[in-house]
Ligand binder design. Structure first.
Ligand SMILES: C[S@@+](CC[C@H](N)C(=O)[O-])C[C@H]1O[C@@H](n2cnc3c(N)ncnc32)[C@H](O)[C@@H]1O
Length: 263
């Protein structure tokens, strides 16, 4: 396994970046919307029951996964969480993803007081922001009932590979490939399925690509201001190295998994 030392993360910057992008996130984050649907598909395909008494979704954002979960499963009591407190109103605003039986608690999931005996813990496109994943998964597993389900998606090491190759600091701290997940999970979790398949978006210009990153909030670690000169140099370097038929590709590298607590 590659170096797993948790890197330093400025969580207030991540919060600020997602808070600022919250309004535009829902319509811009088409890749994340697809991932949420695929994660719910995977959970069903692994034989999850149609009903869960108690469930937690962390990093719910504007509710892409929330909507998938409540449409496909009957959930008695649903706790929703996000680092950004304003996600609570965004959940309502974007088509009322949160059902009446849902409660929302803001804060980092790593330290949020969590109920015990959960039947399902789910999260899409969020774990890449958690520096210490072994600690988080151990904490989550301890909150699951025996037989309880864990459905997660993050991103692999190919995430935004073009940006890292060009020296950008936009990377989140925990990109893990499919094969790296088993050692990160505690022994009491049975890894039922893990999937990794890249998705490439194309942009006409560096400005459009940067705007996409800003609107989705996924560049929580990146530099915030660009001079005209810097932007031009960046676009030239990007085109020279990755440009294809006049377009600039941007690789997303989603990794999805479903696990179950054994004992
Ligand atoms: C890319 S969005 C994904 C949102 C939603 N799950 C989806 O699939 O569209 C990542 C979300 O994780 C939240 N987040 C980041 N770090 C977090 C943490 N430590 N605890 C809880 N939420 C966190 C961000 O505020 C953001 O809303």
């Amino acid at each position: 396994m590659k170096d797993m030392t948790p890197p330093q993360l400025d969580q207030s910057r991540v919060r600020q970046s997602f808070r600022r992008g919250l309004q535009s996130y829902h319509r811009t984050a088409s890749v994340q919307a697809d991932i949420a649907a695929r994660l719910a598909d995977l959970l069903q395909a692994q034989g999850a029951p149609g009903q869960f008494e108690t469930a937690l979704e962390f990093g719910c954002g504007t509710g892409h996964l929330t909507r998938q979960l409540v449409q496909r499963f009957e959930i008695g009591s649903l706790l929703l969480n996000d680092l950004v407190p304003e996600a609570a109103s965004a959940l309502q605003e974007f088509g009322g993803a949160a059902p009446v039986q849902a409660r929302f608690k803001a804060g980092p999931v790593e330290s949020l007081p969590l109920p015990h005996g959960l039947d399902l813990i789910a999260s899409a496109s969020t774990v890449q922001w958690i520096p210490d994943l072994p600690a988080l998964t151990a904490r989550l597993a301890a909150r699951l009932k025996p037989g309880g389900w864990l459905a997660l998606s993050g991103f692999g090491r190919g995430q935004f590979r073009e940006l890292s190759a060009l020296g950008s600091a936009a990377a989140a701290p925990s990109y893990l490939d499919a094969a790296e997940w088993r050692p990160v999970l505690p022994q009491c979790l049975d890894l039922l399925a893990v999937r990794q398949a890249p998705v490439v978006l194309e942009f006409d210009s560096a400005l459009a690509l940067l705007r996409h990153l800003r609107q989705t909030g996924v560049n929580g670690h990146a530099q915030q201001s660009w001079s005209r000169r810097h932007l031009r140099d960046f676009e030239d370097a990007y085109r020279a190295r990755f440009g294809c038929d006049g377009k600039l590709p941007l690789t997303y590298d989603p990794v999805l998994l479903v696990a179950r607590r054994t004992a």
